[in-house]
Design a protein around this ligand. Structure first.
Ligand SMILES: NC(=O)c1ccc[n+]([C@@H]2O[C@H](COP(=O)([O-])OP(=O)(O)OC[C@H]3O[C@@H](n4cnc5c(N)ncnc54)[C@H](O)[C@@H]3O)[C@@H](O)[C@H]2O)c1
Ligand SMILES: [Zn+2]
Ligand SMILES: [Zn+2]
Length: 384
């Protein structure tokens, strides 16, 4: 089968690899039809993780089931399924509580002995190959496959967002504690920030403010009714204060991660966290889904080489704020979000800028990594 293979920093190629197959009776084999490139892939693409050369990318996957193992009961050949980026078992202490991003049995214990959480095509998240390929092996298929309605095939660009970024944006607003009628400021207008904004709108936020400096991305935020804040023009904190009568937003979302930078491109891994503490009100809540890592040898900032940031803990404590972090437990939300899509209440495909063939992946990585104008979200199609 064809697959998008990581060969080293900024070097990916579409190569022939051995076909994915059923390895355990609980596996499901999916013929991938739509698979996205994600901002999380870019941390790996740039060589800023210990993603191993030879690994296959792809954790935002949708397709049609072509084979099921003997122990699979619910999923059938022919089903259209969206596959959460997390690989859970369904029966461990964390999966049972809905914390499928922190599965205890599928995790790679060589990373650290108490490691929790696994994903397809992801640094430190196990040996599982990604789905930027013709076929994907889905472990514990009954648990990990979300069945899609009859309009799945035509509406793939909406449903494929259920694998990661729509639930992740939603999760960020949950971590922040957003309630109807409240205001929220979102740092980052990449796909994840835009999905957080879409989620906040659906949840009935009174005011959704989105901070970035790319006009094309801010334009998409404005298209769904968000107030846009260009941090290359003036301090984002001052702009939020002005928009909230000096009080600050009720809630804040971090949708950037450790490669946060100033508008000139210099990285400051503490930048969005400290801007959030300043621009969220006293007693407000902050959700952090942008990725941070325990070690980053490539960081310019010596503190962050050890995963540390100069966090303004004094002001955070003084304001009585709360914070929630981590990978999204996709299974906690994907069923309800699927139903919002199928009933026309959500349309996450509004962010898709490019629908390309799998063979065009190397070029697509380059443009998306450069955040080139108009490259908001790439969906790769295996059929083209
Ligand atoms: N927690 C999870 O489960 C989960 C899931 C998916 C993605 N992620 C992470 O979410 C983050 C965002 O993903 P994405 O696909 O939207 O990525 P992206 O890189 O396309 O978007 C990030 C955006 O942040 C903007 N930005 C950079 N510095 C900023 C700053 N200081 N202030 C405001 N905006 C700034 C950039 O201009 C860019 O538009 C990444 O770290 C990704 O790894 C986490
Ligand atoms: Zn992703
Ligand atoms: Zn588990």
């Amino acid at each position: 089968m064809r697959a998008v293979v990581y060969n080293g920093p900024r070097d990916v190629a579409v190569q022939n690899v051995t076909d994915a197959t059923i390895e355990k009776p609980t596996d499901v084999l999916v013929k991938i039809t739509s698979t996205n490139i994600c901002g999380s892939d870019l941390h790996m693409y740039e060589g800023r993780t210990d993603f191993k050369p030879g690994s296959v990318f792809g954790h935002e996957n949708l397709g049609q089931v072509v084979e099921v193992g003997n122990a699979v009961d619910r999923i059938e050949v022919g089903d259209w399924v969206a596959i959460p980026f997390n690989i859970g078992c369904g029966f461990c202490k964390n999966c049972e509580r809905g914390l499928s991003a922190y599965c205890l049995t599928t995790a790679d214990k060589s990373v650290m002995p108490n490691m929790a959480g696994a994903a397809y095509g992801f640094a430190d998240m196990g040996p599982y190959r990604g789905g930027q390929a013709d076929l994907l092996r889905v472990p514990y298929g009954d648990y990990n496959c979300l069945k899609l309605p009859p309009d799945a095939e035509e509406r793939q660009n909406d449903y494929v967002m259920l694998a990661d970024i729509f639930p992740t944006g939603w999760h960020c607003t949950e971590l922040a504690g957003l309630r109807p009628g409240e205001s929220v400021v979102i740092y980052g207008a990449g796909p994840v920030g835009l999905m957080a904004a879409h989620s906040a709108m659906i949840k009935g936020a009174s005011q959704v403010m989105v901070v970035d400096r790319h006009p094309d991305r801010l334009k998409l935020a404005a298209s769904i009714g968000a107030v846009t804040i260009d941090d290359s023009k003036a301090s984002p904190v001052d702009q939020v204060m002005e928009l909230t009568m000096g009080v600050g937003a009720d809630r804040g979302c971090e949708c950037v991660g450790y490669q946060a930078h100033d508008p000139d491109g210099e990285e400051h891994p503490d930048m969005t966290m400290n801007d959030l503490v300043k621009s969220v009100k006293f007693t407000g809540g902050i959700g952090v889904v942008g990725v941070y890592v325990p070690q980053d040898p490539g960081a310019q900032d010596p503190l962050y080489q050890e995963g540390q940031i100069a966090f303004d803990h004094g002001l955070f404590w003084f304001k009585g704020q709360s914070i929630g972090t981590g990978q999204c437990n996709v299974k906690a939300y994907n069923r309800q979000l699927r139903d919002l899509i199928s009933n026309g209440r959500a349309k996450p495909s509004f962010i898709v800028s490019h629908e390309l063939s799998l063979n065009e992946a190397p070029d697509a990585y380059q443009h998306f990594d450069a955040r080139d104008d108009g490259w908001t979200k790439v969906v790769l199609k295996t059929a083209h």
